[in-house]
Write a protein that binds this ligand. Structure first.
Ligand code: ZN
Length: 203
């Protein structure tokens, strides 16, 4: 990119030696002079994060853990959902596949005002196909449902039902996705796991 951030040297600009806006050289002058014009080191670079790569995080991590377990190694660090026995058992029994779209449904009550009774309930979806560095970010957390109070939800299942029913419908047919990174098709299944802070006895 231009040192002063005018342009990126992509497509119409890819063959330019200097910025068409501010005339700053694409190459570091010091390296260029020292090597008599042979060593072209960019003056500045920017980062692009590949979306396809991010979406294959779970698939990649599961493969890595599986190969360690197959080699008789133990899991040393429990750092994400795929190190848990719940997920690993579901994988080995064939209940889910490592290419499934895996998400968590999470439910909690929130108090909107400090001095006023205002309990509301929010259901969210966390997408586990992206890394932990992304899947808890606000832009990746999907709202599932919002229920306003004033009372506690006496029958929580009845509120969870529409969302789960929708997912169940999605599970009936696979979602075919083109994986541009590996140039292959994925048949995505939708798999969910449940997380809420109320025990089943409470429901
Ligand atoms: Zn410039």
């Amino acid at each position: 990119m231009c040192f002063k951030s005018c342009i990126a040297y992509t497509r119409p600009f890819e063959n330019l030696e200097s910025c068409p806006e501010c005339d700053w050289s694409q190459w570091n002058e010091e390296n260029l002079t020292k090597s008599t014009g042979k060593k072209k080191v960019p003056e500045r670079q920017f980062c692009t994060f590949s979306l396809a790569n991010e979406m294959l995080y779970l698939h990649r991590e599961i493969a890595e853990i599986q190969s360690k377990l197959d080699a008789g190694e133990d899991i040393q660090t429990y750092n994400d959902i795929m190190t848990g026995s719940e997920l690993l058992n579901a994988l080995s029994s064939g209940k889910i596949k490592d290419t499934d779209i895996l998400f968590m449904q999470s439910l909690d009550g929130v108090q909107l005002y400090e001095d006023k009774k205002s309990d509301s309930w929010i259901i969210i979806y966390i997408l586990f196909i992206a890394s932990p560095a992304l899947h808890y970010k606000k832009c990746f957390v999907l709202p599932g449902a919002i229920v306003s109070g004033p009372n506690n939800l006496e029958n929580m299942d009845s509120f969870l039902f529409p969302g789960l029913h929708h997912i169940s419908v999605l599970q009936k047919e696979k979602l075919r996705v083109w994986d541009a990174l590996n140039k292959t098709y994925f048949d995505y299944n939708v798999s969910g796991c449940d997380h809420n802070d109320v025990s089943t006895e409470d429901i």
